[in-house]
Design a protein around this ligand. Structure first.
Ligand code: ING
Length: 308
């Protein structure tokens, strides 16, 4: 048994007007609740410190820079790191990263029980668009404000196992999990901010969005024999609704724990990393079953090449 008592700490909506200190206080309250339930590790959403600002268009991209963190930890997040050290609680959360060189990423970090940042991931699959699109019911400008991640899909040995991260839209792409699966990942943690309505297909509402979310994370977990912890920022942000759907999925693809509702809340589940062994040693024993000589298109091509 190699159990990580994992807390999925969902955040309800963060309004444009809410400041980071208020959000960090909410995150600390969730961490305290996770501690009360004996959690070892707490996972927070994507862009956990601010509202989902890529919904707002700025002609001058620099006007979005106040949504970014120029350092981590920083004054706003220091209390969170301090409480994590006090609780000896490992954590992961997402934020908008502005590097000293002036580059912009949608980033998440892995922090150990001593409050040290041991891992960083930068979102590779940026959804949405770069220019204002008035054909859409709402904007989704991640391609405007972020660069694609440049760190790949790394994994880290931590808490007795092999952990990896991805972010939101990454969970819809099988390559995300497989690259980590090929490194032996036993737990993938991710945060998401998912609009409840498809901006280009109004008929695709909350039910369908939640179906695609569950389908994606359950498939990723099952096909790579890994735990997947997916944590929402949910609810109505300045009139724009985000889905809930915070889940902990086991290495067999079953939902082991799910948080109802769209407010701040915590679910804790004892994730036994040894439950990944069966899948990795039988049906998804990659070394025994994969035939890479036939997979060339997956990395050789970006888009579709149609037959004659
Ligand atoms: N949000 C959405 C997500 O992938 C999206 C964007 C929604 C893409 C629905 C495709 C379909 O959950 C983020 N932040 O990626």
């Amino acid at each position: 048994m190699r159990v990580i008592r994992t807390a999925a700490a969902q955040l309800g909506p963060i309004q444009k007007a809410e400041d980071r200190d208020s959000v960090v206080a909410r995150m600390i309250a969730l961490m305290d609740e996770a501690k009360r339930q004996d959690a070892d590790f707490v996972v927070y959403p994507e862009l956990a410190l601010t509202t989902f600002f890529p919904r707002w268009y700025h002609a001058d991209r620099a006007e979005a820079d106040p949504w970014f963190e120029a350092a981590m930890p920083n004054a706003a997040t220091a209390p969170l790191f301090a409480r994590a050290r006090e609780h000896r609680m490992a954590m992961s959360f997402g934020y908008a990263e502005l590097t000293p060189e002036g580059r912009h990423f949608n980033t998440s970090i892995l922090v150990d029980r001593d409050g040290r940042i041991v891992g960083k991931y930068r979102k590779v699959h940026l959804p949405g668009h770069e220019e204002y699109d008035d054909a859409r019911s709402h904007q989704h400008l991640e391609k405007r404000y972020f660069e694609p991640g440049d760190l790949g899909f790394p994994v880290w040995r931590m808490l007795g196992g092999i952990l990896g991260m991805c972010i939101c839209n990454d969970r819809r792409w099988p390559e995300t999990y497989r690259v980590m699966g090929l490194q032996g990942v036993e737990m993938v943690v991710l945060g998401f901010n998912t609009p409840s309505v498809n901006a280009q297909r109004g008929a695709e509402g909350l039910g369908q969005r939640l179906f695609h979310h569950r389908l994606s994370v359950q498939a990723g977990a099952y096909q790579n024999a890994t735990w997947v912890v997916a944590v929402a920022k949910a609810g109505d942000e300045d009139g724009h609704h985000l889905t809930g759907g915070t889940l902990i999925v086991d290495p067999n693809g079953s939902v082991a724990a799910e948080l109802e509702g769209e407010a701040d809340g915590v679910i804790v589940h004892p994730c036994d990393l040894d439950e990944t062994r069966f899948g990795k040693e039988t049906i998804f024993d990659f070394a025994r079953h994969r035939r890479v000589e036939h997979y060339g298109r997956i990395t050789g091509q970006t888009g579709v090449v149609l037959p004659e």
